[in-house]
Design a protein around this ligand. Structure first.
Ligand code: SF4
Length: 241
């Protein structure tokens, strides 16, 4: 079934359609559609910024931001774990080991404990934890030679992070030295609430570095399902709001 929609973003209109099977799906099943949709919103926002004469500094080979604490939704944790499982065994083993080492380092430094109730902390506390996390210099386990090793599958939060400030500033990020691209919408914030397929959940997210262990503990959980066209329409509606 074709789901067509129009989305106004500044002077732009996204006029698009997506073909979806009319069968019940979970948010996890819909991620291969939702992730590129999020990228399209970010691209439109970035294009407007560039038209204003600014330049996006983010390039392949600059992975400074990939040492930040990346919040991902629960469906994304399952998605990343499934993607990892689809890789050849040797690659999978390398990345799994990076996750293990990263989590072990968090444990040694006491950061793991601080992250235990991350989603329940206030914004200021999360920002402070985020700064301390960055100082640990733990690279994302998917980072390969300073480029994203899962570019097509990367989480929404990664897609949404673009800067126009000098790339060098990202090595020591502060609100005063980092200019992020303002987005017409932040689909990640919707996704955090979208476990029910409607966008009415309370926000649920976890640090990317815990994706594998969260997915392993929740692999058998039942995922709420809705017909794919209805769920996608719900997401577009939330973005439009
Ligand atoms: S998933 Fe990719 S873009 Fe996101 S932090 Fe990891 S390496 Fe960087």
């Amino acid at each position: 079934m074709e789901v067509s929609f129009q989305l106004r973003m500044g002077q732009r209109t996204m006029d698009a359609g997506v073909n979806l099977p009319d069968i019940p799906v979970s948010t996890l099943d819909l991620l291969p559609v939702l992730l590129p949709f999020a990228s399209a919103i970010v691209d439109a926002s970035a294009a407007d910024v560039e038209e204003e004469g600014k330049h996006i500094s983010c390039r392949a080979g600059c992975g400074a931001c990939c040492r930040q604490l990346v919040p991902i939704s629960r469906p994304e944790a399952l998605y990343l774990a499934a993607h990892l499982d689809s890789l050849p065994p040797e690659r999978r083993a390398i990345i799994r080991e990076r996750f293990r080492v990263a989590v072990e380092r968090l444990r040694e430094t006491g950061m793991r404990e601080r992250l235990a109730d991350f989603e329940d902390q206030g914004q200021d506390a999360r920002r402070e934890i985020g700064m301390d996390y960055f100082r640990l210099g733990i690279a994302c386990p998917f980072l390969e030679e300073e480029s994203c090793g899962i570019y097509e599958h990367r989480p929404m939060a990664c897609r949404e992070y673009l800067v126009t400030s000098p790339a060098a500033n990202c090595a020591d990020p502060h609100p005063e030295t980092i200019d992020t691209v303002p987005l017409y919408a932040k689909p990640s914030l919707i996704l955090y609430r979208f476990g029910d397929g409607k966008g009415g959940d309370r926000p649920r997210f976890l640090p990317l570095v815990f994706a594998l262990e969260w997915a392993a503990a929740h692999a058998a959980d039942t995922q709420p399902e809705l017909p794919a066209p209805e769920m996608f329409r719900n997401f577009v509606r939330k973005v439009a709001e």
